[in-house]
Design a protein around this ligand. Structure first.
Ligand SMILES: Cc1ncc(COP(=O)(O)O)c(C=O)c1O
Length: 491
């Protein structure tokens, strides 16, 4: 009998014959050699034809039937499925011999499993600006026209090297501009050579964890605290010890009691995330002393220090460090826009090269055009102007949120103004379940993350994070109106 199409089986191959036959038929269907509706020979004649056992043919048919490539009943006529989606058909035929497990689950490494679960919450972020998403700047107020003009000019006028591979430490004029800015505005003690441009502070935290710690080492993290930092540490195999935050910032006493042998402390001293506390000078000195004595590292995340509305900002912790124990990181996500994915590290001279190598291995280096653009934005004074404008705008927005909330929820949501940042914490009554409230708020179209969702140990005071930077006064009013029934304050 003449074979209905040519099928080739390799008897010397390690792949079982039923698997080879399955691959051949599947490939013929996908490649269009067996069109939808085509009738297949019976397993009996096919097996005789190919010189294989009938079980072999039946096994291949069963698999194809189960996966929907074939339809009908074995024995009473088998056809190529008519309902195969058009875009599945006519794909290039799968080369012979490439055994592709089709339905078997793809097994991840243990690390892969850990990364998949640890990074899930960060990976699910959508970037829409709505009431009261914390951490998103006023995207509509970003000077896009100016940015576009500068980008076009740089692209046209710069040397072709801007398009090539570049220094993993970052574009030199940007490193210089960042160093100048940090020295003047934040009291950071650094030379341009210590600045490493990163893909946001997330990459900075990832590099710090992997370059400075070994799997199994312990790091103190603020509790409640920033889950992005915890995730970066966990991803590096580091064990995180949650440490309480009090009115002066991270509690050293709690840290020492929980994990005296920690090798790193991750802190947000300017404006603790999410509680908004500024670390006191005494606490800063004590933390530096701890790091020096223990030869431990401090990672200072200065993510939104630009937004200070009143009072004098405390200079960065890094500026007080005389023992090279502080790794400083900042970001352009809050001052420019998060989609830019540019941030920076300032590291002690002695570890600069290690960080640069690690960065090169991670993703080589940052994008040339954007780095050149930010460098010019800083050098021409636009950056300082933009910060000044946003400071005034956010102060107004914070005031709209505070006065609106006081009007709507008098006394029931405890919302105090803050000297700094882009969000406030609205405290709920002690008995409230902030996750429930937050979930209901989300159902009603309002983002208001629960304080307890940033906490690892139980007992966080219930509260909601209310970001005000990315929404105007009208959106703030609407957001509060939507929040009112969720707080169950209107009967
Ligand atoms: C505490 C903290 N650090 C850093 C960042 C910024 O991360 P990135 O620079 O990766 O955008 C955020 C943003 O949400 C944050 O809340």
């Amino acid at each position: 009998m003449v074979p209905f199409i040519s099928l080739q089986l390799d008897r010397r191959s390690a792949a079982p014959l039923h698997r080879q036959l399955y691959e051949e038929l599947r490939s013929a269907v996908l490649g269009g050699r067996l069109p939808p509706g085509a009738r297949l020979p019976s397993t009996r004649s096919l097996s005789a034809d190919l010189g294989v056992s009938r079980n072999t043919a039946a096994g291949a048919f069963d698999q194809l039937l189960a996966e929907g490539y074939l339809e009908g009943k074995v024995g009473s006529g088998t056809y190529v499925a008519r309902s195969l989606p058009e875009d599945l058909l006519h794909v290039t035929e799968i080369p012979r011999g490439t055994a592709r497990p089709v339905a078997a689950p793809l097994k991840l490494s243990e690390r892969g499993d850990m990364l998949a679960s640890t990074g899930r919450s960060l990976a699910q972020r959508d970037g829409a600006a709505r009431a009261f998403r914390p951490g998103i700047p006023a995207l509509e107020a970003f000077p896009r026209e100016l940015w576009a003009r500068m980008a076009a000019r740089i692209l046209r006028k710069s040397r072709p090297e801007l398009l090539s591979y570049a220094d993993p430490a970052g574009y030199r004029p940007l490193r210089q501009a960042i160093a100048e800015y940090l020295r003047a505005a934040r009291g950071v003690r650094c030379a341009a050579g210590q600045v490493i441009v990163t893909a946001g502070s997330q990459q900075a935290l990832d590099l710090a964890a992997r370059v400075l710690l070994d799997p199994g080492d312990i790091a103190w993290i603020e509790d409640p605290g920033y889950m992005g930092a915890r995730g970066a540490l966990l991803a590096a195999g580091v064990r995180c010890a949650p440490v309480a935050v009090d009115a002066e910032g991270l509690s050293l006493a709690d840290g020492e009691a929980r994990a005296a042998d920690a090798r790193m402390a991750y802190v947000t001293p300017s404006h603790q995330y999410p509680l908004g506390v500024t670390m006191s000078l005494a606490r800063r000195m004590a933390l530096l002393d701890w790091a020096r004595r223990r030869r431990a590292w401090i990672v200072e995340d200065d993510y939104d220090s630009e937004y200070r509305y009143s009072g004098r900002p405390l200079a960065a912790l890094q500026g007080l460090d005389t023992a090279d124990r502080v790794i400083y990181t900042g970001t352009f996500s809050k001052v420019l826009y998060p989609g830019l994915r540019l941030g920076y590290l300032v590291v002690p001279d002695r570890v600069v090269d290690a960080f640069i190598s690690a960065r090169a291995l991670a993703d080589r280096h940052g994008p040339g055009l954007e780095q050149a653009l930010v460098a010019e934005f800083l050098a021409e004074g636009h950056f300082a102007r933009h910060i000044r404008r946003m400071r005034a705008l956010y102060a107004e927005r914070q005031e709209a949120l505070v006065s609106g909330a006081r009007r709507e929820f008098a006394g029931l949501l405890d919302l105090a103004p803050s000297e700094a940042g882009m969000h406030l914490v609205g405290w709920l009554p002690r008995h409230a379940n902030d996750r429930d409230v937050s979930r209901k708020a989300a159902d009603g179209g309002v983002s208001a993350p629960a304080v307890s969702s940033y906490a690892l140990r139980h007992g966080a005071r219930p509260g909601l994070l209310l970001g005000y930077a990315c929404v105007n006064a009208r959106q703030i009013r609407e957001g509060l109106r939507k929040l009112a029934p969720v707080l169950d304050l209107r009967g």
